[in-house]
Design a protein around this ligand. Structure first.
Ligand SMILES: NC(=O)c1ccc[n+]([C@@H]2O[C@H](COP(=O)([O-])OP(=O)(O)OC[C@H]3O[C@@H](n4cnc5c(N)ncnc54)[C@H](O)[C@@H]3O)[C@@H](O)[C@H]2O)c1
Ligand SMILES: O=C(O)[C@H](O)[C@H](O)COP(=O)(O)O
Length: 375
């Protein structure tokens, strides 16, 4: 069996060598010539699966080690009877850590009030539902919008978009990029969306760049409709727009899902699916390859501090989001920054020790994604 593996698939060679021959190729360079005699193609989001790439190849299975999968043309897969999988939820904790850190960063650095304010979560799937839990830990009232779920499960607990935009002080997008009716998300954050938002709100996009109409964001910002902007995803990537970058208070190179666990879970999910597809026994175990956690234990002197001050200290110690801040000089290096991204471990690996017993704070720290104990 021969597998073509995109270069940024973490430990892709190690995993797929247990099934046979592996060729590792830079993500954007994978071409039809590589797939002539390949059985499987394992990618992340930078490799676009188009008819030109796979027509005439011998590929039987394509796996993407990512949550999003709009880079795959499913009509061609169906016509060619090629099996596929994505990696649902692989990096949902990573994105939830990112959003929690971003909110706490704005709280500490820009005085963003979180307690008793409202957050509107657009798209309540793997990521959105985790963000909801974390947001409650920060004292935010949570408003949920997810029309596909509301249609399937009933409207209870979900609100119409217009209502969420009008009520929330923070809006965060966690929808897939969808171009078809009945619930397209392509440029869903347009002029009308921003007009309906509460003046002075915070806007966050860590979903996909094309879910946002960048010009509408710039206009909303110019009108003072938005107080702070957090952008992890861009339209286009990797040549991101300098004017949009300049409008973002927190600007990162599409790394919200790039925790070590997020990337590794993706590889494990595609490996297991490929094994099932080719009727092979999965034998690869990545756990001996995992490096030690940087901050396994964190002692925080909580006395005299608010819950969110303690949470901000914990979040910044585990993940300092300012290290990922993009500047205009970084634009030509966007892909490289992502490919060489350092090791970031998830909150859940860190145990927080408080210097005093505070039951409510202990619960909040746990709900924000950390382990916790009082000394
Ligand atoms: N920045 C990153 O690193 C990163 C990491 C992971 C995921 N993502 C992006 O975030 C998206 C969401 O991830 P997920 O794992 O939660 O996916 P998911 O499929 O579990 O959840 C998406 C949710 O959005 C809802 N939805 C669809 N259309 C909608 C609409 N028009 N309005 C409101 N809700 C709608 C769906 O019903 C679903 O509940 C992914 O598709 C991916 O594009 C980005
Ligand atoms: O959809 C996802 O899982 C994330 O956006 C992921 O980070 C995208 O994949 P990448 O561009 O990192 O290969």
């Amino acid at each position: 069996m021969k597998t073509i593996v995109a270069e940024t698939v973490l430990l892709g060679r190690e995993a797929f060598e247990t099934l046979g021959e592996v060729e590792v190729i830079p993500d954007r360079e994978i071409g039809p010539q590589h797939l002539i005699d390949a059985d499987a193609l394992i990618i992340r989001s930078k490799t676009k699966v188009t008819p030109e790439l796979i027509t005439g190849s011998s590929v039987q299975f394509i796996g993407t080690a990512t949550a999003g999968f709009e880079h795959i043309d499913f009509q061609t897969l169906e016509t060619q009877k090629i099996g596929w999988c994505a990696s649902p939820g692989c990096n949902a904790d990573s994105v939830a850590d990112y959003i929690t850190t971003a909110l706490l960063h704005l709280h500490s650095r820009q005085g963003l009030e979180l307690k008793n304010k409202a957050i509107g979560i657009i798209g309540v799937g793997q990521v959105g539902s985790r963000v909801a839990k974390r947001a409650e830990a920060l004292g935010l009232r949570v408003l949920l919008n997810d029309p596909p779920r509301a249609a399937r499960e009933g409207k209870n607990g979900f609100q119409p978009l217009k209502h969420v935009l009008a009520e929330a002080d923070v809006i965060t997008l966690h929808v897939p990029l969808i171009t078809e009716q009945p619930w397209p998300t392509l440029k869903m954050a347009d002029d009308l969306f921003f007009e309906q938002m509460r003046p002075g709100s915070v806007f966050i996009n860590a979903a996909r760049g094309k879910v946002l109409d960048s010009d509408a964001l710039l206009l909303a910002k110019a009108k003072g409709q938005i107080s702070s902007t957090v952008l992890d995803v861009w339209d286009p990537e990797p040549q991101i727009r300098a004017d949009v970058l300049a409008a973002a208070d927190i600007a990162t190179p599409h790394i919200a899902g790039h925790s070590l666990e997020g990337k590794l879970n993706g590889t494990v999910q595609v490996y297991q699916n490929a094994c099932r597809f080719f009727h092979k026994e999965p034998v690869w175990d990545p756990s001996p390859l995992l490096p030690a956690v940087d901050v396994p234990e964190l002692k925080i002197n909580s006395s005299g501090k608010t819950d969110n001050e303690v949470l901000a200290e914990a979040a910044a110690a585990v993940y300092d989001i300012s290290q990922d801040q993009l500047s205009e000089e970084d634009i030509p290096h966007f892909d490289r920054l992502r490919a060489n991204y350092g090791v970031r471990r998830e909150f859940k690996n860190t145990r927080i020790h408080l210097t005093e017993e505070r039951d409510e704070l202990t619960n909040r720290i746990r709900q924000a994604g950390f382990s916790v104990s009082a000394d």
